[in-house]
Design a protein around this ligand. Structure first.
Ligand SMILES: [Fe+2]
Ligand SMILES: [Fe+2]
Length: 138
């Protein structure tokens, strides 16, 4: 069963927005550190961002796939294709985060990493928009 917060569109949307806002702020900090050539702090911030995406948005995605999406597919079978598409978004975000982690381990932090964190924000924004559009109103 999905938690009550995920089933209500307003509380679900505020979970999305809170996590995204934190990601935007941390990503701006990372950009400024790179600009100032503060490599050690930039690397530290990149790892904090990885942890942020894993513990907030990717954990949220896991919970949705275990509960909410299953319930929606059962109660509203015509949403099945939308749910497949939303699950692909989750997989894409999981893929980008694991790609960032490999890149940090292999070659440290740089603008390529910043670009991928920016891509995460964009994919998550579009994903949330679609998810909130198909969530039941109550
Ligand atoms: Fe989602
Ligand atoms: Fe969600």
């Amino acid at each position: 069963m999905a938690g009550p917060a995920l089933r209500k569109v307003e509380s679900h949307a505020s979970i999305h927005e809170a996590a995204l806002q934190e990601a935007r702020e941390l990503t701006n900090i990372l950009g400024n550190l790179l600009k100032e050539h503060e490599t050690d702090s930039a690397l530290e911030t990149a790892y904090i961002l990885v942890e942020h995406w894993e513990t907030r948005t990717l954990a949220h995605a896991d919970a949705e796939e275990r509960g909410l999406y299953k319930e929606m597919a059962e109660t509203t079978p015509e949403l099945k294709d939308n749910i497949v598409a939303l699950t692909r978004d989750h997989n894409l975000m999981r893929h980008i985060v694991s790609n960032i982690k490999n890149s940090l381990e292999d070659s440290g932090v740089g603008y390529n990493v910043l670009e991928r964190f920016q891509a995460m924000i964009l994919v998550d924004e579009l994903h949330n928009e679609e998810e909130e559009r198909i969530l039941p109103e109550h």
